[in-house]
Design a protein around this ligand. Structure first.
Ligand code: HEM
Ligand code: HEM
Length: 177
């Protein structure tokens, strides 16, 4: 039996704007991350690498706002079968976790390379690791690997949204539009 219950709940405008803003920034960040030149010890943070740091700084700022907003504005849970509700909750939690850990690891790696991270060229972010720090350099590798895990999770998330829309034919996708 398909889940065809009428659900009139829609996430608030702020939550929806933050969701699609983050989705667009993350998409751009993947494209930049995989098309920018390889980063070596003597690489300078210019061109696409500078863009990766700027978009990254924006992701950090918007995620901070998003998390505060989410904690202070709990959405009404979608009406789902218990197993699906559990998988959905776990996926969203893991998405949030990676949306925090992946940027922080990238930022720490930038710091270890001696690169400044700032928001819109105006607000400087503190260094998360000292220049040359081996932990900061290792976090660069972790950043690259976890970016793939994040991409896989996003693919699952998008597939789930389309599954709701076209197979279960419920209104879960509409909650975020
Ligand atoms: C969720 C947000 C982010 C995504 C999806 C992302 C994605 C990527 C990808 C795909 C690469 C290339 C990895 C490779 O080819 O091996 C990369 C490299 C890098 N990113 Fe990010 N990034 C994000 C956020 C950030 C942030 C916030 C910063 C710093 C402020 C940052 C700094 C870096 C640096 C320094 C590298 C080079 C790492 C290395 O090669 O050792 N990234 N990122
Ligand atoms: C980079 C891409 C994306 C990321 C990082 C992302 C992340 C998230 C997160 C963390 C949530 C949980 C919201 C909360 O409970 O606070 C969420 C909800 C949602 N996302 Fe995405 N999302 C992305 C792209 C998409 C796309 C492309 C679609 C549609 C095809 C989509 C559809 C939805 C829907 C419908 C919900 C609400 C689910 C519900 O109300 O239970 N997302 N997203």
């Amino acid at each position: 039996m398909v889940e065809n219950r009428s659900q009139s709940y829609v996430h608030g405008p702020v939550a929806r704007v933050l969701h699609w803003l983050i989705a667009s920034l993350i998409l751009a960040q993947f494209v930049i991350g995989w098309t920018m030149p390889d980063v070596h010890r003597d690489t300078l943070p210019s061109g696409e690498i500078a863009w990766h740091l700027s978009v990254g700084a924006a992701i950090v700022a918007v995620m901070l706002i998003r998390i505060i907003w989410r904690i202070t504005h709990t959405p009404k849970p979608a009406e789902l079968a218990p197993a699906l509700a559990l998988v959905s909750k776990a996926t969203h939690l893991l998405l949030y976790l990676l949306l925090i850990v992946v940027p922080l690891a990238g930022w720490a790696n930038a710091s270890a390379r001696g690169w400044m991270v700032n928001l819109l060229g105006i607000v400087p972010y503190p260094a998360l690791a000292s220049k040359g720090s081996s932990v900061g350099m290792t976090l660069g590798n972790i950043h690259s690997v976890l970016a793939w895990v994040l991409l896989a999770l996003i693919a699952l998330h998008v597939a789930a949204a389309l599954f709701h829309r076209f197979v279960l034919r419920d209104s879960v996708l509409q909650r975020m539009l």
